[in-house]
Structures are given as C-alpha cells and as structure tokens.
Design a protein around this ligand. Structure first.
Ligand SMILES: NC(=O)c1ccc[n+]([C@@H]2O[C@H](COP(=O)([O-])OP(=O)(O)OC[C@H]3O[C@@H](n4cnc5c(N)ncnc54)[C@H](O)[C@@H]3O)[C@@H](O)[C@H]2O)c1
Length: 289
C-alpha cells in the first residue's frame, strides 16, 4: 500500500489497538503497520493475536510490535499493559478501544441478563478502562488521538439489539462528553468516535446472527481501517463508514423515532426469527420472572 503523506504523518508513532486478533482490529493493526507505526496489540484470544502478529512480522520484519493477552473488561490488567507498552515503545500516541462482542441478537424478553452484563463489561467498561488508563500517556504527547469504536447501533436501535445498543450508545455518550472535557484542557488530544456500518468480520459467532451477517456485513475491514487512519490525520471527530452507515446516520438525524422503529422493525421481520415474536412467548409469563 502506498500512502506517502499518511506514512510521513504516522511514522514512529505508537498505536495501541484492542481486539487486534480479528476483524477491524486486525485490519487497523495491518494498516498502521503499513503506515510505519509502532504497535501495541492485545486481544483476549491468544492464538488469534499470535496469528496477526506473525502476519505483520512477515511483511514488516523490523517493525516494533509489543503484544499481550488482555481482557479489556479486567480493570486490573490495564495499567500493567500500558506501562509495558510505554516502556517498550517509548510513548503512546494513538489509543484505539476497538474490542467488542455481539449481544444476544434476540428481543429483550428472550435474552438473559448475563449476556447484557458481559456485553456492557467488554464493550462499554472495556472502553472506559482503556480510555482512563491511556489518558496520562496521551496528554504527554504533542499530538495524540483517543479512538473509541461505537457502531451505527450507537445511533439507531433496531429490534434484537437492546443489549448491544445499550453498550454502543453508552460508548457514544461517554466519548462525546470526554471529548468536550478534553477540548477545555488538552485540545491537542483528539477524541474520535467511530460508527462502523456492516463490516465483514467474525463478530457474529452465534446462530441467531448468521442471517444478519449474510445480509449486512459487507465492507472489507481494511477499507474502514484506512479510512480511520485518514480521519485521524484530518481530526474528523465522528467517523461513519461501512455498509449502511451513512444511511443510518442520516435516518437517525432526520426521522422521528416512531418512523425509525417502524422501518427497522420491518427489516428485522424478514430475518425469520418469528418464534421470539409470539405473544405467548415465555418472556411475558409473569410466573417465569
Ligand atoms: N463488524 C461490524 O459490522 C461492526 C459494526 C459496528 C461496530 N463494530 C465494532 O467493531 C469492533 C470490532 O469488532 P469486529 O467486527 O472486528 O469483531 P471481531 O469479532 O472480528 O473482532 C473482535 C476482536 O475482539 C476480541 N475481543 C473480544 N472480547 C475481548 C475482550 N474482553 N478483551 C480483548 N479482546 C476481546 C476478539 O477476540 C476479537 O479478536 C467491536 O467493538 C464491534 O462492536 C463492528
């Protein structure tokens, strides 16, 4: 890949990327490696992370890559990970809170609280811990960027996504407020919110989400990764990219909620999940509560 202006900008900066073992995180690692960044990569899945690191080492043998297994939802692991990153890579310029998991892909009355709690722990609290732990390193730099990955489901909330949307709207609220705060104190620290549309990754692991994946997850992760790199250089605060992303963004701004509910409801109907939408569903049974 040849992007000489971008490479000149990113050369020797350090990018920390969570969830780098697959999908958007893997693509970000590869794009920032191509652009000459030192990398600090983590994932909860050791073998996935090792595969990505080996791939990058193969194409960039002299690039500095620190990597470690990290569960982003484990607050205690964060300080050690970033301390070692800073010691190994000298400084931290870009922090990308990307790691995330899907929700139950079922309506509220058919989903369990454990899934909601895990989704909030990984998607939301993982981003909180990563952001707070990285701030002391980022503010020291003449230029730095904190990048939090939300979703188009941080702008619209169709059926079967309540748990996932709760985490992604929360990332949005937290990041927008943090952005306004830092603008008062450390304006050189850029804060970015990413709203991917349907990106062709491995996020959909359960049977309930396979039809959704086939219909919507179309965009190559490398395309959004390169777009994010360009947007950071341009200091574009809100980054909207991927299949259906612009449509969802415009709809969320222009349509009344009653329309959004109706339109997104229609889309979900054709995913053939009728059994969860029976009025006799157990989730409405008072004795089952
Ligand atoms: N794929 C899409 O269409 C899409 C759309 C909108 C937003 N997103 C968001 O993009 C981000 C990346 O997802 P993806 O689509 O690349 O999925 P993916 O499943 O392909 O990759 C996610 C990576 O995160 C890792 N991970 C999961 N839990 C973790 C934890 N607790 N700690 C550390 N790593 C963990 C996984 O092992 C995996 O390697 C997520 O935040 C996701 O919500 C994706």
């Amino acid at each position: 890949m040849k992007h000489s202006a971008l490479s000149a900008f990113y050369k020797d900066k350090t990018a920390v990327i969570t969830g780098a073992g697959s999908g958007i995180g893997e693509a970000l690692a590869k794009v920032f490696a191509d652009l000459g960044c030192k990398l600090a990569l983590c994932d909860i899945d050791q073998s996935a992370l090792t595969r990505v690191v080996n791939d990058i080492k193969h194409t960039h043998p002299s690039l500095l890559i620190f990597h470690d297994v990290l569960d982003v939802s484990n607050k205690q692991q964060w300080s050690q990970f970033l301390e070692t990153t800073a010691a190994t890579c000298e400084h931290i310029d870009i922090m990308i809170n990307n790691a995330g998991i899907e929700g139950s892909c079922r309506p509220v009355w058919a989903s369990d609280d454990a899934t909601l709690e895990r989704v909030m722990d990984v998607n939301f609290y993982g981003m909180v811990y990563g952001s707070k732990a990285a701030l002391p390193y980022l503010i020291k730099r003449p230029w730095a960027a904190l990048v939090n990955v939300s979703s188009i489901f941080g702008m619209i909330a169709p059926p079967n996504t309540a748990d996932y949307c709760a985490s992604k709207f929360a990332i949005r609220g937290y990041t927008e407020s943090l952005r306004a705060e830092l603008a008062l104190l450390h304006p050189h620290l850029q804060v970015h919110l990413v709203h991917p549309g349907g990106i062709d990754t491995n996020i959909t692991r359960i049977p309930e989400s396979q039809k959704f994946k086939a219909r919507y997850l179309k965009t190559n992760p490398l395309d959004i990764a390169l777009y994010i790199a360009k947007c950071l250089k341009q200091n574009k605060a809100r980054i909207v990219f991927g299949n259906q992303a612009t449509l969802a963004h415009i709809a969320s701004r222009l349509l009344p909620l009653s329309w959004l509910s109706k339109l997104s409801g229609r889309e979900i109907k054709s995913l053939e999940m009728e059994s969860d939408y029976e009025k006799t569903h157990d989730g409405f049974n008072i004795n089952k509560l």
